[in-house]
Design a protein around this ligand. Structure first.
Ligand SMILES: Cc1cc2nc3c(=O)[nH]c(=O)nc-3n(C[C@H](O)[C@H](O)[C@H](O)COP(=O)(O)OP(=O)(O)OC[C@H]3O[C@@H](n4cnc5c(N)ncnc54)[C@H](O)[C@@H]3O)c2cc1C
Length: 392
């Protein structure tokens, strides 16, 4: 079981959650702890997850999928994190599927969707970030030169996650140089690289403070068939909004799951740990921070739900951006606060690997920085929503 809370979900959502809980019941905290100690990909979990059809969720029914939305997906990932698991190693496949669904052509969809649904292939990796561009993503230098019916890609990516675990990956490259466009978001193209193209790429693992399969990637004269671009050449940045906004909504959901896990662990421990002949949770210094996180979790869960519903209803992408960014910002800040509250509640025991608190503490820190640093979210809100001067 995971910590429950009042929310507006229907019977189908309840069934979906039940299905996820059956899977998470087979992969308890010890499973995630062991993987993290060895920095391994959760292959068995992902296989079981796929067997139960959970990657079919976002695939349109026409291609053998369930044709469901980000609402349902957000419930799945939230539940995994609330159970003590970590959705980060495989969440990429969802937003990549939406991207393809909206902007891929029929040939690409027919070739990839059925096998993504049944688990024969994985598509979980997107290379956008570059060492010299950082948060200023339009300054990427990876360049694709057209040559007959193919593009030749050259450049370098950093923190490209799950590349080793993906058969198909997305590489974001410039097809017009930054200095040659009047609008900096122009001249960016999205490339799908399959197993043959992947063989031409070099990548090295970056070991991080948590279990994250993330890599430094080198593209040297990588030949990609022209038919592998998504949508139109040079228009890729606008399509990316359909990766980045869903990603933010899903990451908010994972942070909400983490908050639930921290609240559950902290409230249980606070009620049972006796110091000065009374449970530590009787002290308001321990009790109130846990209650505070729970109330914050309820509020950001609703905001995330609004963002997901607007996306599923094909709402205005700018308004979705406002909600998705705000949900990601608040959920990641609150989850980090929740991690610290759990550490304080557990005292010295929070640092002991066996309690799992220190693992989740480290994991929950990521989403303040990635996929977008929270300062940049605030800059986006300040400029794009509140019309203040642009600071980036
Ligand atoms: C584990 C992990 C997995 C990742 N996976 C992927 C992936 O799969 N694909 C991918 O493309 N990327 C991935 N990333 C990259 C991630 O999206 C970036 O790390 C993130 O966008 C921040 O970029 P940066 O690290 O270059 O920080 P920088 O841009 O160097 O920023 C450093 C700090 O400066 C602040 N800052 C910068 N500019 C401003 C400004 N104008 N105003 C205020 N503050 C500012 C930032 O907020 C940040 O705190 C991953 C990162 C990590 C750590």
């Amino acid at each position: 079981m995971t910590l429950e809370y009042p929310r507006s979900i229907d019977e189908n959502d309840e069934l979906l959650i039940k299905m996820v809980l059956e899977i998470t019941g087979k992969f308890g905290e010890d499973y995630w702890k062991k993987l993290e100690q060895e920095h391994l990909y959760p292959g068995d979990f992902v296989r079981e997850f796929t067997k139960q059809g959970l990657f079919k969720i976002p695939i349109p029914e026409k291609y053998g999928g369930a044709g469901l939305g980000i609402r349902e997906t957000s419930l799945i990932l939230e539940e995994i994190n609330a159970s003590g698991g970590n959705s980060q190693p495989f969440h990429g496949q969802y937003y990549m599927t939406w991207l393809l669904s909206k902007f891929g052509n029929e040939k690409q969809k027919n070739a990839l969707f059925p096998d993504l649904g049944n688990g024969k292939i994985r598509m979980q990796s997107m290379g956008l970030t570059e060492p010299d561009a950082g948060s200023n993503t339009t300054m990427i230098k990876t360049f694709a030169t057209k040559s007959n019916d193919e593009y030749i890609l050259n450049g370098q990516k950093i923190f490209t996650s799950r590349i080793e675990e993906s058969d198909w990956i997305l590489i974001v490259a410039r097809t017009k140089k930054y200095g040659d466009v009047s609008k900096k978001t122009d001249g960016i193209t999205l490339f799908l690289l399959g197993p043959e193209e992947k063989e031409q790429i070099e990548f090295t693992r970056i070991k991080t403070m948590f279990n994250s399969q993330t890599y430094q990637v080198f593209l040297r004269d990588v030949a990609v068939p022209a038919e592998n671009i998504i949508g139109n050449e040079n228009d890729g940045f606008s399509y990316l909004m359909h990766v980045l906004n869903p990603e933010r909504i899903l990451i908010a959901s994972e942070s909400i799951g983490d908050m639930r896990w921290f609240v559950e662990k902290s409230s249980e421990y606070a009620s049972s740990r006796m110091v000065f002949n009374r449970p530590i949770g009787q002290n308001q210094g321990i009790q109130f921070p846990i209650s505070d996180i729970y109330a914050k979790m309820l509020s950001v869960a609703s905001l995330r739900w609004d963002a997901a519903t607007m996306y599923d209803n094909n709402g205005d992408i700018k308004k979705i951006g406002e909600l998705a960014n705000s949900a990601k910002y608040l959920a990641s800040e609150y989850a980090w606060q929740a991690a610290n509250v759990a550490m304080d509640t557990f005292g010295g025991y929070g640092t002991a690997v066996d309690t799992g608190i220190e693992r989740k503490f480290r994991e929950s820190r990521l989403y303040k920085v990635a996929p977008i640093a929270n300062n940049l979210v605030l800059s986006y809100i300040g400029h794009n929503v509140l019309n203040m001067p642009k600071s980036y």
